[in-house]
Design a binder for this molecule. Structure first.
Ligand code: MF3
Ligand code: CO
Ligand code: CO
Length: 247
């Protein structure tokens, strides 16, 4: 799990310099695909339940599962989530980040910052004896304080030998509810936070999920290991541009 998660994280580190106006999401897909393959791994999304590409690219009002396309060319003011999942030596590692292209409105930067905060505060709840519901409870509270919508139809998940395993990690809920966290468990926390209302719509391609009100949506995702350390967890997909501590 540590090896596959480090590769997923390093793919996001690697792709950053290529994200600029004029580049298509298909270009970014090809770069990530080649990077993952060259590290003797497989991009888990490719052919997963028929998904046609190697990463998910979710632009602006796309909440998740956007399909890379030559037609989606990045421009100044866009926000783009890149979701990378790698399969290395029989294990999956899953992580995503919302990138900004050039200058973006202050209101959208704040959405991104609060979404990152939601993920980090959710991660802080992870420790042996805690409950999965503790995670959604803090995320729902922070997002609610800002008037944002929390997507409920898609959620975090257990991960390991399979891409999506039990338990489901919903990003709303009540403290003390849901499965108990135990050392050795690995799961993702990946809140999708909407500037407007929480409601979403699935496009006819069968994958792309967009906000119903067409306002932007942001997301961050890490794969977490429950540990017996003082912190209670380890962020397996932590990148070099992130700090171990968050406050
Ligand atoms: N990586 C996504 C997640 O965080 C799942 C993508 S499934 C795909 O769970 F088929 F769209 F790739
Ligand atoms: Co995931
Ligand atoms: Co993911």
């Amino acid at each position: 799990m540590r090896q596959t998660c480090r590769l997923a994280a390093s793919t996001l580190e690697y792709i950053e310099e290529f994200i600029k106006p004029g580049v298509s999401t298909e270009d970014l897909n090809k770069i990530c695909h080649d990077y993952i393959i060259s590290h003797n791994a497989y991009p888990s999304p490719l052919n997963y339940h028929g998904f046609p590409k190697s990463i998910c690219t979710s632009l602006n009002e796309v909440i998740c599962h956007g399909i890379p396309s030559k037609k989606d060319v990045l421009k100044e003011g866009d926000i783009l989530n890149i979701d990378v999942t790698t399969y290395l030596n029989s294990f999956h590692g899953d992580t995503n980040k919302t990138f900004i292209i050039g200058e973006i409105p202050e209101e959208i930067q704040k959405l991104i910052d609060v979404t990152y905060q939601c993920m980090r505060e959710g991660i802080k709840q992870v420790r042996p004896g805690g409950h999965i519901g503790d995670i959604g409870a803090v995320i729902e509270e922070i997002a609610g304080d800002h008037g944002y919508g929390v997507v409920e139809e898609y959620c975090g998940h257990g991960i390991g030998r399979e891409f999506h395993e039990e338990p489901q990690v919903v990003h709303v809920g009540d403290k003390g509810t849901g499965p108990e966290m135990k050392p050795g468990m690995t799961f993702t926390i990946e809140p999708m936070i909407n500037l407007g209302k929480r409601h979403c719509k699935l496009l006819k391609d069968g994958w792309t999920v967009v906000t119903k009100d067409k306002k932007p949506s942001a997301q961050f995702e890490h794969t977490i290991l429950v540990t017996e350390t003082d912190l209670g967890h380890d962020i397996l997909t932590l990148r070099k541009d992130e700090s171990l501590e968050f406050s």
